[in-house]
Design a protein around this ligand. Structure first.
Ligand SMILES: [Zn+2]
Length: 108
């Protein structure tokens, strides 16, 4: 159900995990998995093996790992709070997200 609440480029607030309380920008949404990659959030230490043929250096490479959408809330650009999101129907029939806190439209 959370699927459509979060989109690429949204500012989101992290509810759980070691980055709880932080905000970041959504780099990518993985709808099938109900997960998103958020800039600077949920870094994992990825151990990579050197592969000179592919020009990959070995070692530990920090990388963002995906986080479940239910652990994220959209930050409203108007009231600047992580807010519950509702949906409204635009005059042209499209659905748009609204902040339930201040009623700001989050989509054009
Ligand atoms: Zn708001």
């Amino acid at each position: 159900m959370n699927k459509a609440h979060i989109k690429k480029s949204d500012q989101v607030f992290v509810l759980t995990g070691k980055d709880r309380g932080k905000t970041g920008k959504v780099l990518k949404v993985l709808p099938v998995k109900n997960r998103a990659i958020v800039e600077g959030i949920n870094f994992i230490q990825r151990h990579t093996r050197a592969n000179p043929q592919k020009n990959i250096k070995g070692g530990i490479l920090p990388k963002e790992s995906s986080i479940h959408l239910s652990n994220l809330m959209v930050v409203c650009k108007r009231c600047n709070k992580h807010a519950r999101i509702g949906f409204t129907r635009m005059p042209d029939g499209r659905k748009a997200r609204v902040c339930k806190n201040c009623d700001e439209l989050l989509d054009e």
